[in-house]
Every structure is written in C-alpha cells, then in structure tokens.
Design a protein around this ligand. Sequence first.
Ligand SMILES: [Zn+2]
Length: 426
Amino acid sequence: MAGKKPCDLIVKNAGQLLTLKAATDGPRRGPLMSDLGLISGGSVAVRDGEIVAADRADVVERAVEVATGTLVIDARGKVVMPGFVDPHTHVVYCGSRVDEFEARLLGKTYKEIAQEGGGINATVNRVRRAERDELVDESLPRLERMLEWGTTTLEAKSGYGLTTDDEIKMLLAIRDLDGMQPIQLVPTFMGAHQIPPEYARERGKYIDLVVDEMIPEVVERELAGFCDVFCEPGFFSTDEAERILRAGIEAGLAPKLHADEFSSSGGAQLAAKIGAVSADHLAAPSGDGLIALSKTDCVAVLLPGTSFLLGEHKYAPAKGMIELGIPVALGTDCNPGSSPIEAMTLSIGLGCVLLGLTPAQAVCAATINAAHAVGLGGSVGSLEVGKQADMLILDVADYRLLAYHFATNHVQTVIKRGGIAHHKHS
Ligand SMILES: [Zn+2]
C-alpha cells in the first residue's frame, strides 16, 4: 500500500514494549531514569537491521507493510526491550582464579592477595603465555553465555598483557571475537591496569612505556577507541592516571577511569576534570567528587557484583548519584578475579537489592545509559526509529521480574542488528 514502509521483521503486540525513548539524546538523569517509555501492546518493525517503527501496535500496523517475506513474531504477554549493553568488562582472559576466591573466604583481602603475587598478576602471567587463538578460544564461550542472557553489546578491555606486544595481542583477540559471534565488542586499551612486577621499582618507566609506545601503537593500528586507567592507591595515582589519559586524548582515545573503588582518592574529581566518558566502580567516592561529576556528562558505571563478590560491603551510593543528576549505568565487570559474572540480569538484581535502584532505574542503567558509557548512545540502548535493531523478547509479562527473579534467565529471543542471534528452546 502506498506510503507504507517495507519491513523484514516485525515483533508485535508486546505486553510491555520498553522503548527507553526520552526527550533527550543524552544519558538519562534523575526522573528520566525511571521512564522506560513503556507501551502496553507495542510493536517494533525492522528493515535491514534498523528500526523503522516502534510504537503502539495499531500505529505500527498502519505505518509498515507486512509482506510474504516478513518474519512476524507475536510477543503477546511478553516483554520486548533493548538488548543489554555491558559497559565494563575484562572478558578476554585465560584461566580461573577460584583459588583466590577461596583465599578471600578464608580471610585474605584482595589487596593482600595482589601483594603476594596473585590478583591481576596471576592473570597477566597466564595471558602472556597464551597465544592470541587461546585467548579467543577461552573467551568465546563466555560471550556465548552473555548473549543467551541478553547482552548484545559490550565493552572489552585489554590490561592483562602489560607489555606492548601482549596488550596488542589482547586487542587483536577482542577484534577477532567481535567478528565471530553476534555481540558487538567495544575495545578499550587498559595498559595501565597495574604496574607489572618487572617495573615495580621503576614505575615511571612503565608509565613512559604506556604513553610513548603502547598508546601510539594502539591508535596507529586502530585497535581501541577508549583508554582506561585503574586509578586507586596501590595501582595508579591521580597524577599518573591524568598523564596517561591526557596522552590518550591527544592521540584520539576517549578517557575512562576505574575510580574510587576502594577509597576516596580523587578519581571522581579527575574523571570530571578531564571529561571522562565514564567513571567506573565509585564504591567509595567523596561528596566533592560526586558534585564534580554531576556537572559533567560523565556516566557513573556501577558494578555491584564486584563489591558483592569481594565481600567488602561497600556499595556505590547510587540513589544519591541519581538525586544529584549523575547518569548511572550498570555493568558486570566480568573478570576472573573480582567478578566472574556474565549475566547483566545479575547486575540488575544486585543493583536493586544492594544499591537501592528501582527495577526501572536498573533497566535504564543496563541499556541506554550503558550505551552512552561506551559512546554508542546514538545507535543502541533504546528502541527508536533509526537505531540498530538490538532487542530482547522476555518470556515474562512484567519487566520487573528481571530484578525480582534475577537468577533465572527470562530471555527467550535475542535479536542483534535485526537478525535472530539466539532463541531459547523450551
Ligand atoms: Zn574493571
């Protein structure tokens, strides 16, 4: 019929369609974090991987043409929502650190384990010994599980190589993985994850190496869009982090920061000062740090699973952040040491129970705000015309079950760029 848009996929009559559409192009702040753009009885139409309509079912029906080749999925009684964006992972690694998990249960702290040669160094040793293919082979099943639990985009950091060649190897593995399975990977260079043991007595030389050799090579080979630093006493000071991040900015890498995870050490202020795209962890920020952040577009990426699994009982003040107008996102921090968590729904559940988010705020944090935290707010994270068709069909009628019944996988179908990327067989 004249004027109707053709489509190759339509997901129709969703009991709850969460569009996450809002009157802003930026990350959602304050009350907007509670507005999921929920439509009862909504449909989404897709053409060539892009959303051409997302609205009430009758409106979409009038706007699009359903032809013989159109795949029609009836989502009656189900939730349809954007795919999860996991904005903070160290998902590419080798080996497990279950021994450290047990050591912590027996009373050792994360810092003590690191001082004894465990922690990040244990994984660095494994990754340095591994070939690029081994990194890919070990990480691929993790990505497959993440997809099954609804993640359609994720950020992946280097940072277990800590030599130029090994950091490049990690970023090449991330690029390989991006091309071989449906989840879209956003690569971040994190050569400043920790000072490697061989530079323990001359940390300045390691920082020179990051600035003078690693960053230029990463940029020349176009292997990352972001640069991240673990800014925390015992890892990198705020001055060191600033030097590295400014070198990254000059070379074209947007700054991110592991900030104030264990102690108030100026990480949030630094994130605000240098215009970081995200400040991550923030389990122990200062009041001044939060006020500084609230005046910027920096997204606070909160990782409640890490605080939970480390058993430190110190959680990011998410409610206060939202009251201050800081946009909040949630991630898994998937890594072998402090958070072997793959499911974004676990972050949503813990975000509600431990950080005090409402289910709506947690969903916003795991989709559109997480998309902004990885620089993709314009293409993923909400179901709006012109955006990439990354969406989930949940086999429940109420989205709040994501938070309430969080240890069960409610994801029935995962759609990435308009294609069926996963379907749960019941
Ligand atoms: Zn991290």
